[in-house]
Design a protein around this ligand. Sequence first.
Ligand code: CUV
Length: 630
Amino acid sequence: MGNFKLTTVEEFEAATARLLETGAKVGADAWQFRVKNQTPHCKFGETGVCCKICAMGPCRITPKAPKGICGCDVHGIVGRNYLKFTAGGSATHSDHGREICHTLYESAADGNYKVKDPEKLLRIAKEWGVETEGKDIYDLAHEIAEMGMMEYGKPFGTQRFLKRAPKHTQEIWEREEIAPRAIDREVSCSLHMAHMGCSSKPEALIRQSFRAGLSDGWGGSMMGTEFSDVLFGTPKPVDTEANLGVMEVENVNIVVHGHDPSLSEMICEYADDPELIAYAKSKGAKGITVSGVCCTSNEVAMRRGIPMAGNFLQQENVVLTGACEAIVVDVQCIFPALGPLSKCFHTKFITTSPIAQMPDSEFIRFNAHTAGENAKAIVKAAIDNFENRNPDLIYIPDMKQKATVGYSVEAIVKVLDGVTNSQVDETGTTKPLLECITSGVLRGAVAMVGCNNPKIRPDLAHIELMKKLIANDIVVIASGCAAQAAAKAGLMDKAAKDICGAGLKRVCELADIPPVLHMGSCVDISRMMILASELAKDSGLNISQLPVVGCAPEWMSEKAVSIGNYVVSTGIDTFLGVDPYVSGSSEVAELLTSGVREWVEAAYTVEKDIDKLVDAMIDRIEEKRAALGI
Ligand code: CUV
């Protein structure tokens, strides 16, 4: 089995324990302590039966009080809460996509942002019916960006990217009336439906939850991904490293955290500037290290090989190393705790977006016009902070793994080309991958996504599930914090082929890939939708017939529910390890885990036991294979 060794969750935990000792010295708080104060959680909230959408309440449903004051029953309350939760996630992802549209709109040959992948821009223009002949690439970028922004508020029609789905899927969306219209409309309509005195029928509420989710996955998120590729380049395989050990004690450490690559790309650019590197040296550092946390880390890892310091529940750890000069954030998944925590150390906590403003942070407002100066000021502030370190508080766990990342759909198609030695000679299609699946060399694929959640021992579910799947010849495609868990453990090291089943091992060797493929950030789950669509089109099957499932074992955010809704609505069975606050309504729970299959040919499974969860996924994949006779 060679010398390959995974890093275990026990080792992660030992490193965290050591960092919390540093925290104790300076009186730092941490999520591990706050969780204790919040446990046990409120049962009404946890089961979704608390309603506070009007001021007659809050109403809480119990056997003695089965209706709210307005007469709404538990199913209406749980359904409305679920819809509002989805709308929060869809709004958030989609607004991120909108920011990227604006960045594209600001791109210029001599500006802060350039078009790095003009071919992709031309492809999208053709797809959207825009004349490209003889047009300046930046004129085209602005035209497409504006059309993208119109997708948010257009009065008629549905999302342009829906046409990328197989015909059958598009027909389902039309038939079930869940084809998403303007993105902002779906979010507004969701809030409208969940207002006092509007919808209380679970079926209507879940249908709109799906529509709002689809406006994210096939609308806002897909534009976020595609236009980020146009601006910053479509990812291709690149080597990097993951876990806290990527921070370097002799260097100025800048940690980027959040989601929008418009900020992190610019920080990386300036951290590479010879003038600023020389300045860092003049201050006694050997150089500048940028590393990342959460999805912004995935973005810059996929495109630049920037190392990943950690995922969601590790964000406080980077400050606890005592060696972080600045943690620079944009939007989403940022603990407000970082403000007070940084105050216990020399770390600068720099917020940059009007959307995410927090106490105890330094606010350097970032925008496309001034992005260069802003990024330079941030990098310089971090360098100036190097001398303020307290040497007694410095401890960086010596723990990191190698990872190869950057598997966009384009990259996957390319690396798998020629893996099979059969007659399949079509290049640029998913046919080689399909052949691996139909021949049984690969049994199927799992899209492993989502966050960490203290309800699950951090990273354990991600890692254990992935280990078992790859041992069973199931390739894993990962994004978000699930991907970072894999990278930290070593599952994105090509050497991890040694712990795969014989079939997957062979594919990894032939294609020179790791068994867990990093597909990017959460908005990049839209890439997974494209891959599933291409597989369906190239095989002549429906998406729901493919031996492919989705899984979010440790999810926590509203965005994850929006994602789950569009993945299920696209025909992919989705397995959750955390309940989305619906257990209080038998009707809503039944719909989500079974009833919706009649609408969209897929449904949710919620299973908190990791062993049962992975077995359920493998069983589902094998059932799908059996139904196809492969
Ligand atoms: Ni957007 S949404 S904790 S960073 S995956 Fe990570 Fe991914 Fe969840 Fe947030």
